[in-house]
Design a protein around this ligand. Structure first.
Ligand code: SF4
Ligand code: SF4
Length: 380
C-alpha cells in the first residue's frame, strides 16, 4: 500500500456537472450541468492516453457533480487504474453504480474515496442508516474512505449530534470548512461564515486543513506541470481558478508546462496552494492567514513577525498586524503598523481604505488581507 502515499502528479477531472443532489452551496459550474455519457468516455480515453505517454503514474482525482451518475463509471475507473491511481469525490448515494464499482475496480489502486455527508440534502433522499451501511460495505471490500461534513454555518449547531451518530456506527466524520457560495464564478467567502461555534469545531479537528482563498498572484507555481484540471468537455486548465485554457484533450491541443510559471490568477483556493513554490516569508504569511481565520491572533502574530524578519518589506503583513492590534485594542500600535504599510505601499486601495477607516475610528472595518503582494515589483 506504500505506493498509495507516494507523491505523484495529479489531474483533477470534473467528469460531469450533473448530480442527483442539489446542495444550495454547490459550486459546480452551471455550464456543465448538461453532461453527456459519451463525452465522459471520450475524455477518459484521450486523458488516459495522454497520461500514459508521460510514463509517469498519475493520481487522477475524479470529481463532479456526482461521478457515480455517469453511466459505466466503473469501467472508466477500471481503465484509469491500470496505470494510474484514483481518488473520487462523491456523495456515496447511488447503490447500483457503487456495487458495479466494487465488483470492477481493484481497491489497491484507489487512493481515497471522499464521501460527503451533505446532511440536509441527504435527508431528502435516504435514511442515514442506508448511508452508514453503504460505507461499511465499501470498507469491507477494502476501499479507503474518508467521510466529510461540509460545515455550512447553520449546521454548526447540530454538528456534534451528527458526529455522535456516526461515531456510534464506527465512522469518523471530519468537518470540511465551508468555502462560501459561488457568485459570478468565484466563491464568496465571508468572514461571518466562520462564527465562534464553527471555529471551535474546526479547532477540535487538528487534521482539518483549513482550505482558504488567498491572492498569490506573482508566485511561482507548478500547476500546469504537475497538476491540471480537466473539465467535462475536455478543456484543460492550469488549476481550479485559472480562466485561461491550456487546450482540450479531445482536439489534441494540449501540452504540459515544462517548468513552474508565475501565477496570473486573482484568487487561489482549494488545493492549489500545494503546487506553489513559496518563499519562506510567503509561507509565514500564508500560515498567518490560516490562523487569522480561526481567530488565533497569537499564532498569527508570530507567523507575521517571523515573515517580516525574513522579508521586512511585506506591506500586507503590516496590514494584518494592524488588524490584530485593533482586535487587542492596541490602537497606537495599529497606527504604527498602518504607517509602515503606507510607507511600503502608498497607493494600494487596501492601505488607503484602512488608513481612512482608522482616522474615522471605524475599527471594525480594518479587516485582514489575504493578498500576499500589494506591489507588482515584489512578485519577483
Ligand atoms: S453532492 Fe456535491 S456535487 Fe452534488 S449538489 Fe451537493 S455539493 Fe454539488
Ligand atoms: S497559485 Fe493557485 S491560482 Fe495561481 S496558478 Fe497556482 S494553483 Fe493556480
Amino acid at each position: 500500500m506504500e505506493h498509495l502515499n507516494k507523491a505523484c502528479p495529479e489531474v483533477s477531472w470534473v467528469i460531469t456537472g450533473t448530480c442527483n443532489f442539489s446542495c444550495h452551496y454547490c459550486s459546480t459550474e452551471k455550464e456543465f450541468l448538461e453532461y453527456n455519457d459519451r463525452q465522459a468516455s471520450e475524455v477518459a480515453q484521450k486523458l488516459i492516453s495522454i497520461l500514459d505517454q508521460t510514463d509517469k503514474e498519475w493520481h487522477v482525482v475524479i470529481t463532479g457533480g456526482e461521478p457515480f451518475v455517469v453511466r459505466n463509471f466503473h469501467e472508466i475507473c477500471h481503465q484509469i487504474t491500470q496505470n494510474h491511481l484514483i481518488t473520487i469525490d462523491t456523495n456515496l448515494s447511488l447503490d447500483k453504480p457503487i456495487e458495479n464499482f466494487i465488483q470492477t475496480v481493484n481497491p489497491s489502486r484507489v487512493r481515497q474515496l471522499y464521501g460527503a455527508v451533505h446532511i440536509e440534502e441527504r435527508a431528502k433522499h435516504e435514511s442515514l442508516t442506508k448511508f452508514v451501511n453503504r460505507i461499511h460495505h465499501l470498507k469491507k471490500h477494502g476501499f479507503p474512505l474518508k467521510i466529510s461534513y461540509v460545515l455550512e454555518p447553520k449546521l454548526s449547531v447540530r454538528f456534534w449530534d451528527d458526529h455522535q451518530f456516526f461515531k456510534e456506527h464506527d465512522i469518523e466524520i471530519v468537518p470540511k470548512p465551508f468555502k462560501g457560495i459561488m457568485e459570478h464564478g468565484f466563491r464568496n467567502l465571508k468572514m461571518e461564515y466562520y462564527d465562534q461555534k464553527t471555529k471551535e469545531i474546526l479547532r477540535e479537528f487538528a487534521k482539518t486543513k483549513l482550505k482558504t482563498t488567498v491572492s498569490v498572484t506573482g508566485v511561482q507555481c507548478n500547476s500546469g506541470k504537475d497538476f491540471i484540471r480537466v473539465m467535462p468537455n475536455g478543456d484543460v486548465k492550469r488549476c481550479y481558478n485559472a480562466t485561461k485554457l491550456m487546450g482540450n484533450v479531445l482536439v489534441d491541443s494540449f501540452e504540459f508546462n515544462l517548468m513552474a510559471k508565475e501565477c496570473d490568477v486573482a484568487i487561489c483556493c482549494h488545493n492549489g496552494l500545494k503546487h506553489v513554490e513559496f518563499k519562506p516569508a510567503e509561507r509565514e504569511f500564508l500560515n498567518a492567514i490560516m490562523s487569522l481565520k480561526l481567530g488565533e491572533f497569537v499564532r498569527a502574530k508570530e507567523s507575521l513577525e517571523t515573515g517580516l524578519k525574513l522579508d521586512p518589506n511585506f506591506a500586507s503583513a503590516y496590514i494584518n498586524l494592524a488588524h490584530i492590534a485593533i482586535q487587542e485594542r492596541q490602537y497606537e500600535l495599529a497606527s504604527t503598523h498602518l504607517e509602515k504599510a503606507k510607507m511600503l505601499s502608498p497607493d494600494h486601495p487596501t492601505v488607503k481604505h484602512h488608513e481612512e477607516k482608522f482616522k474615522m475610528g471605524e475599527f471594525d472595518k480594518i479587516y485582514f488581507t489575504n493578498t500576499i503582494y500589494f506591489e507588482k515589483s515584489r512578485m519577483m
